[in-house]
Design a protein around this ligand. Structure first.
Ligand code: SAJ
Length: 442
């Protein structure tokens, strides 16, 4: 049953009466987006199927950690510009920002996106603008989303509804500022759809807005993150070569990047998060085997946790290692998010190898890997190795004193966090780990 709405107006965005936006999916992207437009005085209806999220938000509480978001949330609720419910509602514009995980076959799971689109159908009327923000494989708008609306009686080719794909490119920790200032891609299934999406963003952001087709926009988003994954793999491969050649990978990167057109990324224990390790698979699944580089980069990055385990094995030639303190569990520095975290994968591998493991992270508050979180001092107390996996700002200030409670004062620093520390042996990723009795310390 479709909503009957008298005003089958033609959606001229930027006009006063087009002020109602329904945002479906209130996660890391959807919630800041809802708050952003509510702060611009749109009437925003935030909806999410997760009852806990809706209840928290209705009580003015955040379920995600993001600088400056709580103040903004309270402000827009007070101004009655943002309300929350588990169901969509009638609006002029619909924005879908729900997850698109990969399944065990490394193919995009579009079930959340499809469910979100189906959930808005009863409220859709002619002239509505529908913006998909979730990261999706190329051709998803054309081959999946448009047919759903067609089935419901809305022909997007003739602009019964305007369907657009406008990917986000914000970085957790700086989302509101980047929503305001980053350039934005407005990809439309039709040119009119691209124009209407472009007008919405150009009326509200300081970044430039670029119009293109929906398929182009899908690929643009995927290439942004695939570019990063491939370059991280290059840095990781350099670290693996460095060990054999006895070169300092960090000096090579630092000085090579002095070239005005070189930007070698940082090696590390692997690639985590809900984007970089996932998005390249969306290209691979559609590219008919033409992705040896993208596929190999994924294999290199996915192999880094095992590389760390092998490095620890080499350390055992010179050092007794039974208890390991893992410092850093989130997928990257200064966040509490552990999605696809390499550190968590490494902890599980260490437990499988039979090590005693104590974990610390200044941001992570909950763990579901059968281990409790320790304070920094307790995690280090009595351990034989400190394995540093995340370059949290807090860790950069650690001194020799921090490590005095260890049984053996040995650090494996997988993120180049520390320089030399008095009385502590520090090994780095990419550094040759000597044979018996050949001690290597920084
Ligand atoms: N990493 C490295 N070496 C590096 C950079 C990162 O090992 O040189 C690792 C990090 O430790 C982390 C992972 O890669 O485990 C991802 O880190 P990230 O800095 O790429 O962070 P994300 O995933 O939060 O953000 C990326 C960003 N995309 C790009 O930089 C192209 C962000 O702009 C996107 O909005 C976001 O993905 C996304 O939502 O797609």
């Amino acid at each position: 049953m479709l909503a009957n709405r008298s005003n089958s107006f033609n959606l001229n965005l930027g006009d006063d009466y087009v002020r109602e936006i329904c945002v479906v999916g209130l996660g890391y992207i959807g919630l800041p987006t809802a708050i952003f437009f509510a702060d611009k005085d749109y009437k925003v209806y935030g909806c999410d199927i997760n009852e806990y999220i809706i209840n928290s938000l209705q009580r003015g509480k955040l379920h995600i950690k993001e600088n400056g978001l709580l103040e903004k949330l309270h402000s827009v609720i007070e101004r009655k510009n943002l309300t929350f419910s588990e169901k969509p509602t009638i609006a002029d514009i619909y924005m879908v920002a729900v997850p698109t995980p990969v399944n065990e076959k490394k193919r995009a799971d579009l079930s959340y996106v499809e469910a979100a689109v189906h959930s808005i159908l009863p409220y859709i009327s002619k002239g509505n603008l529908i913006i998909i923000e979730s990261t999706v494989p190329p051709k998803t708008i054309d081959d999946v989303i448009v047919p759903i609306f067609k089935e419901a009686g809305f022909d997007a080719l003739h602009n019964d509804v305007y369907i657009a794909y406008c990917p986000e490119r914000v970085i957790p920790g700086n989302i509101l500022a980047e929503l305001e200032h980053n350039d934005r891609i407005a990809g439309g299934y039709t040119e009119e759809a691209a124009e209407k999406a472009a007008k919405l963003f150009s009326s509200n952001i300081k970044g430039r807005v670029f119009q293109t087709t929906a398929t182009q926009a899908e690929m643009i988003k995927l290439m942004e993150n695939t570019y990063r994954d491939v370059n991280i793999a290059l840095a990781n491969e350099l670290a693996l070569i460095a060990e054999d050649l006895g070169i300092d990978v960090y000096e090579v990167i630092e000085l090579a990047n002095r070239h005005p057109r070189v930007q070698i990324h940082e090696p590390g224990p692997g690639v985590g998060g809900h984007c970089i390790p996932i998005d390249p698979y969306f290209i691979i699944e559609k590219a008919c085997g033409k992705t040896p580089l993208i596929s190999t980069a994924r294999k290199i990055n996915e192999g880094m946790p095992q590389v760390i385990i092998e490095q620890i094995e080499k350390l055992k030639v010179n050092h007794r290692i039974e208890t390991i303190s893992v410092l850093g569990l989130s997928y990257k520095k200064d966040v509490d998010d552990t999605r696809e975290s390499s550190a968590i994968k490494i902890v599980n591998l260490l437990l499988e190898e039979g090590y005693q493991v104590k974990v610390h992270d200044p941001y992570v508050r909950e763990l579901d890997i059968g281990l409790r979180l320790h304070s920094l001092e307790d995690s280090l107390n009595g351990s034989d190795l400190a394995l540093m996996l995340v370059d949290h700002t807090e860790y950069k200030q650690l001194t020799s004193n921090t490590f005095q409670g260890m049984r053996h004062k040995v650090i494996f620093d997988a993120k180049n966090i520390l320089s030399s520390l008095e009385g502590v042996t520090i090994y780095k990723l990419g550094q040759k780990i000597g044979n018996k009795n050949e001690r290597v310390s920084v």
